[in-house]
Design a protein around this ligand. Structure first.
Ligand SMILES: [Mg+2]
Length: 381
């Protein structure tokens, strides 16, 4: 079979407005910047991917602008001329030629998988071995910063049957204020909803122990990344001390992370993200190790738009066990989108799109409007 050659790769910065300010321990988001990758092969088939992070450099060590630079300058040249139909060989070439940069690599792996699945006329999940679920439970993050507004938002989403699990972003304020905020919300929602908290590494161990004791008593269902990501010994002590499950997020990116955390008994739950691991296939390698180590799995997000969220959904749909569902709500945080048909959220779940590849089509007008370099973009592709 004649190889299909990669002929062009474009990385596009896209700035989209969000429905409200989104408060986290390390930043307040007022918009989201996507890095959209278009990968073209000489059989005319294009694959798309997305690399997105939270708050510039506030969450991870790759920024949107840095990812575009890495792709344009170093990663794309490694792939041009390579066989587009061999995703593993292409990604191995990237690994050999460029260290780290897993978020940028995730966009490229997604685009390669999307293109190859389209080439074979199958969905991305089918290319990954097949979906065992087509509906993924998806939580919502209450992050307005205002307790009463968060409760009203949760009540409305419960009534609409859109979400029945709510994650609260804490760690930004004093512990007593956070505990009061969370307790008030959990008390208001009662058994009608699961309530989880994400501290995004903001506490030290002593503060975490004090706070978690109170949150556990309040009935909180899950504590996400209470300590800095490198404090694995501290995380293990917290996991041993409390009944409420502890989830590793920032601490868990690679299969090696999952192995080490598993050996230490440092986490009850593993947050998986395609961007942290380097793509839809790469995240499955991490998932299998975490699963084998006895961690329950959770499909996380870096607040990607539709392309990145649906790429993650395809990967997560293939996992035999996904006890904690997902948080693939990124598209719902955006007021505008760059795909023709937006992802569907219904009955507390995200529905996996049908159709070849990701099952998404770029909206060229919207993309042209929201790309940061509009005006300098080529008129025709
Ligand atoms: Mg998190």
């Amino acid at each position: 079979m004649t190889p299909v050659r990669i002929t062009a790769i474009e990385a596009i910065l896209v700035d989209l407005p969000t429905i409200r300010a989104h408060q986290l321990a390390m930043t307040v988001m007022h918009r989201q910047t996507l890095v959209i990758v278009r990968l073209l092969a000489d059989d005319g088939i294009e694959g798309i991917g997305e690399a997105t992070t939270i708050g510039g450099l506030a969450y991870g060590d790759e920024s949107p602008e840095g990812m575009k630079l890495a792709i344009d300058t170093y990663l794309a040249p490694l792939l041009i001329g390579q066989d587009a139909s061999n995703v593993h060989a292409a990604m191995q070439r990237l690994e050999a030629g460029a260290r780290g940069n897993r978020c940028a690599k995730s966009a490229l792996e997604t685009a390669l998988l999307d293109a190859q699945a389209r080439r074979l006329d199958v969905s991305l999940a089918t290319l990954l071995g097949g979906a065992v679920r087509t509906r993924l439970p998806t939580l919502w993050t209450l992050a307005s910063g205002d307790t009463e507004r968060d409760i009203a938002e949760a009540e409305q989403l419960l009534a609409e049957r859109r979400h029945d699990t709510f994650k609260l972003k804490i760690g930004r304020r004093a512990i007593a204020d956070d505990v009061r905020h969370v307790t008030r919300i959990k008390t208001a929602l009662g058994d009608r909803a699961r309530v989880t908290v994400d501290v995004n590494q903001a506490w030290n161990e002593a503060d975490a122990a004090r706070a978690i004791a109170n949150l556990e008593a309040a009935g909180v269902d899950l504590i996400e990344q209470p300590l800095p990501r490198d404090d694995r010994a501290g995380l293990a002590r917290l996991a041993a001390r409390f009944v409420v499950p502890i989830m590793a997020d920032e601490a868990l990116c690679t299969p090696q992370d999952a192995f080490d955390l598993g050996c230490r008994g440092a986490a009850d739950v593993a947050a998986l993200k395609i961007a942290k691991s380097g793509g839809p296939y790469a995240v499955l390698r991490t998932a299998f190790v975490a699963d084998a180590a006895g961690m329950a799995l959770y499909g996380g997000t870096l607040l990607e738009g539709s392309v990145g969220s649906i790429a993650a959904a395809h990967a997560f749909s293939t996992l035999p066990r996904l006890a904690w569902g997902t948080e693939l709500f990124g598209p719902l945080l955006l007021t505008e989108d760059i795909v023709t048909e937006r992802p569907v959220y219904r009955e507390f779940c995200l529905e996996l799109p049908q159709g070849p590849g990701l099952g998404l089509t770029l909206d060229e007008d919207k993309l042209a409007h929201y790309r940061r370099d509009k005006g300098t973009a080529p008129a025709a592709r």
